[in-house]
Design a binder for this molecule. Structure first.
Ligand SMILES: Nc1ncnc2c1ncn2[C@@H]1O[C@H](COP(=O)(O)OP(=O)(O)OP(=O)(O)O)[C@@H](O)[C@H]1O
Ligand SMILES: O=c1ccn([C@@H]2O[C@H](COP(=O)(O)O)[C@@H](O)[C@H]2O)c(=O)[nH]1
Ligand SMILES: [Mg+2]
Length: 209
């Protein structure tokens, strides 16, 4: 069965039945803080489907889409791709997944992203995981990562850090102000970080029972 992401059913239009919205968790943190790494573990243990917004954008470049060149040049400059492009890709991926529990990694990147996602899908995140890590550690990790990403060079990394501080941290602060952030110390070994992540998911599952 397809997950209905932000669509309105005829019954809803009549006001007779509200559609159950999918559960979305935003996974935020600076470049190289370990978002993708931890999401892989969460998927294994808690049955979520993981979408990295960056991965979806890189796939869009590879697909030869008409937006490909624009996306490629934004990524190479560490800039934030327009919300309409990213939200469309996320919405499509969620609809096609067949799941109703999503980890959205590396999005929203700015306040406009956040507002566009909520307006288009009608979904607010259940909570936000924020991986907190010092810049020197993130830089070390990215420079040691061998994924052949065009933006994993020191010049673009510094631009990505600047954009993170100026545009993405305010989104985390917004969610903090409404009590939705679980902050994780990400400057520890992978297994230790996951112990803290696991504790968040376990306590939320217990509350739901
Ligand atoms: N806790 C950790 N300690 C040491 N290395 C780590 C840790 N977590 C992840 N790494 C490594 O650091 C690199 C970056 O991790 P990852 O790709 O998960 O980060 P990310 O937050 O998704 O980065 P980006 O925002 O650039 O996509 C990878 O090579 C990964 O293996
Ligand atoms: O919502 C998003 C996510 C990513 N981008 C662009 O992609 C790169 C790489 O993102 P990662 O999360 O590190 O994979 C990022 O620097 C942005 O240029 C985006 O525009 N919007
Ligand atoms: Mg990543």
């Amino acid at each position: 069965m397809e997950t209905d992401v932000g669509a309105t059913t005829s019954e809803e239009a009549n006001g007779s039945r509200a559609e159950k919205k999918p559960t979305v968790i935003f996974v935020l943190g600076g470049p190289g803080s370990g978002k993708g790494t931890q999401c892989a573990y969460i998927v294994e243990h808690f049955g979520f489907t993981h979408f990295s917004a960056g991965d979806l954008l890189r796939a869009e470049i590879k697909s030869g889409s008409e937006n490909g060149l624009m996306i490629k040049s934004m990524i190479n400059e560490g800039k934030i791709v327009p919300s309409e492009v990213t939200v469309k890709l996320l919405r499509q991926a969620m609809e096609e997944s067949g799941n109703d529990k999503f980890l959205i990694d590396g999005f929203p990147r700015n306040d406009e992203n956040r507002a566009a996602f909520e307006a288009v899908t009608g979904i607010e995140p259940a909570f936000v995981l924020f991986f907190d890590c010092p810049e020197e550690e993130m830089e070390r990790r990215i420079l040691n990562r061998n994924q052949e990403r065009d933006d994993d060079n020191i010049e673009t990394i510094r631009k990505r850090f600047k954009v993170f501080l100026e545009s993405s941290l305010p989104v985390v602060q917004y969610y903090e102000s409404i009590g939705k952030v679980h902050k994780i110390d990400a400057a520890r070994p992978i297994e230790e970080v996951f112990e803290s992540v696991k504790a968040v998911f376990t306590s939320i599952n217990e509350k739901d029972d």
